[in-house]
Design a protein. Structure first.
Length: 534
């Protein structure tokens, strides 16, 4: 008996990934618990998707918080490409220095995953869509990092890679790192076998100190933008001049990224973005992540990004997570390290949307929440989670005694548990700007009533300019005072209580009596109380 118990415990140990829960994350990663491989990646995507990124021009101010570094009692912007740059906070946008001297030319916003790689697949030959239209990834703070202008210009739009031959180096950074950043001919193992004209390819090799940081950023990007996302695209006139923006719900996944580092497989269902890296790049990034473990810098930056755009990089929170998604441990279940409270079954509900329900009081600041504290507001009613977020590049959140307002880019997401939402009826008082209507990520909206069948739906107000050249007022909004939610299968707990209590009968969530000896995993009702079978 002892041997059998020991064997069972050993099997449990080797089939579950064990991590300590990251401090302060609560149940953030709970939905990924128990998932493996492909399912684990998708579960993580659903947790970190649709970050409330700041506007691209606001990244300069974000860097003063996310990339602040103290050296010799002075504050500088943290640079991962140059060891000698000492650029002070609140300055040096777009490289303002003269010449081509590292450390004095200025700081630039570097898309570590090159922005030219994620052109939309539906961009016409005329180029009416550009990489700047692919958002929110265009200003996602996780991968848009501050870097020295000279180093960044030498990186240009090159792939990351490794340069083994010192005679094949075209440029390298100044002294300071254990191994300089450099640009030159690639010698990464596997490149020659997997890339056409490999000997002529030029790559950018970061210094060893931050290779793991950049690998984990790439892992985050292919997870956060796996299948699609709520986004906005330009409205243009006949001459392709931008006149405004409108919401769209057919965002493109990472298979639209074009680079030698990517090689998305074609399947009968379309592009498979589960593991989109080319083999040589995947092997290199996995190796970089192991050779350069998660640092305190990454942990601190991850915490600040959580405040600035409301999501986290799970590859920083759970070092080695990539092995459980794509590597040798992808058959091992993920354990997020926290408690697993009983998950409720969603029921019909009606909620007044105001500052009392949201648990906030913005009256001291004109009811506008701090732009630099962008974590979403979350509350729950009858097993339905409501998430009120800035949304991509949104600048305000607002709630008063009467209503919640969806300003441009704000989102309101409803998530059902162990059930599906079939109808959502909104009460919209009418104190709204012209041409503002509700749009939804799935289903249809007619006369402020949404219908569909899903566990999660996101709502936003349409964002279309009423002025020339897209000069949309950030103060345009759609106010909502009440929401009534109908689910597919109400629990019927009250009905069961009045019919017959204190017996051993067991029912499913739609009220059908079940055989207690033949129950599958799920939620049931017994004596008017919910019972979870795992």
């Amino acid at each position: 008996m002892k041997t059998k118990l020991l064997t069972t415990l050993c099997l449990l140990f080797v089939t579950t990934a064990l991590w300590a829960q990251p401090n302060g994350t609560g149940t953030y990663y709970q939905k990924a618990n128990g998932k493996k491989g492909r399912e684990l990646k998708t579960a993580m995507f659903n947790i970190i998707k649709n970050p409330s990124v700041v506007h691209y021009d606001s990244l300069w101010y974000a860097y003063n918080i996310s990339d602040r570094r103290v050296l010799d009692n002075e504050e500088f912007i943290w640079d991962m490409y140059s060891a000698i740059s000492r650029y002070p906070l609140y300055t040096y946008p777009h490289g303002t220095g003269a010449g081509n001297t590292e450390g004095v030319k200025g700081i630039q916003r570097e898309h570590s995953l090159v922005k030219k790689w994620f052109n939309p697949t539906d961009a016409p030959a005329s180029g009416t869509k550009t990489y700047a239209d692919v958002r929110p990834m265009y200003s996602d703070l996780v991968h848009v990092i501050p870097t020295d202008a000279v180093c960044n210009n030498n990186r240009n739009d090159l792939c990351y890679g490794e340069i083994g031959d010192p005679n094949n180096v075209d440029w390298q950074s100044a002294e300071g790192f254990s191994k300089k950043s450099k640009q030159g001919g690639c010698s990464t193992p596997g490149w020659a076998e997997q890339t056409e004209n490999a000997a002529k390819k030029r790559v950018y090799e970061p210094n060893d100190e931050y290779k793991g940081d950049l690998a984990r950023i790439y892992f985050y990007m292919v997870m956060c933008y796996e299948p699609g996302y709520l986004t906005w695209t330009p409205v243009r006139d006949e001459s392709y001049k931008k006149t405004g923006e409108a919401v769209t719900l057919d965002g493109k996944h990472c298979g639209t990224w074009t680079s030698d580092m990517f090689n998305v497989e074609e399947t009968e269902e379309g592009n498979d973005a589960y593991q989109p890296f080319a083999p040589w790049a995947f092997d290199m990034l996995i190796r970089w992540a192991k050779e350069d473990p998660v640092s305190q810098k990454e942990k601190d930056r991850n915490e600040i990004i959580w405040q600035l755009q409301g999501n986290r990089n799970p590859f920083v929170d759970y070092p080695g997570l990539e092995d459980y998604i794509w590597g040798e441990k992808k058959d091992v279940a993920f354990d997020y390290g926290g408690e697993l409270p009983e998950e409720p079954t969603s029921d019909n509900c009606e909620v007044a949307l105001n500052k009392t329900t949201l648990g906030v009081d913005w009256s001291a600041t004109d009811n506008l929440r701090s732009y630099w504290t962008r974590t979403p507001i979350i509350f729950e009613k009858n097993g339905i989670t409501f998430t009120y977020s800035y949304g991509m590049e949104g600048s305000k959140l607002y709630a008063d005694d009467n209503e919640l307002r969806l300003y441009n880019y704000n989102t309101l997401t409803l998530t059902a548990h162990n059930n599906e939402i079939t109808e959502v009826e909104f009460t919209i008082p009418g104190r709204n700007h012209d041409n503002k209507t509700l749009v939804a990520s799935v289903g249809e909206v007619n006369n402020n009533i949404w219908t569909g069948n899903t566990q999660e739906v996101t709502f936003a107000s349409n964002y279309v300019s009423s002025t020339k050249a897209g000069g949309v007022s950030y103060y345009y909004y759609l106010g909502i005072s009440n929401v009534k939610v109908t689910v597919a299968n109400p629990t019927g707990i009250e009905q069961l209580k009045t019919e017959r209590l204190n017996d051993n009968r067991i029912f499913n969530i739609v009220g059908v009596q079940m055989d207690e000896n033949q129950l599958n995993a799920g939620v049931y009702i017994k004596n008017g109380r919910k019972v979870v079978i795992r």
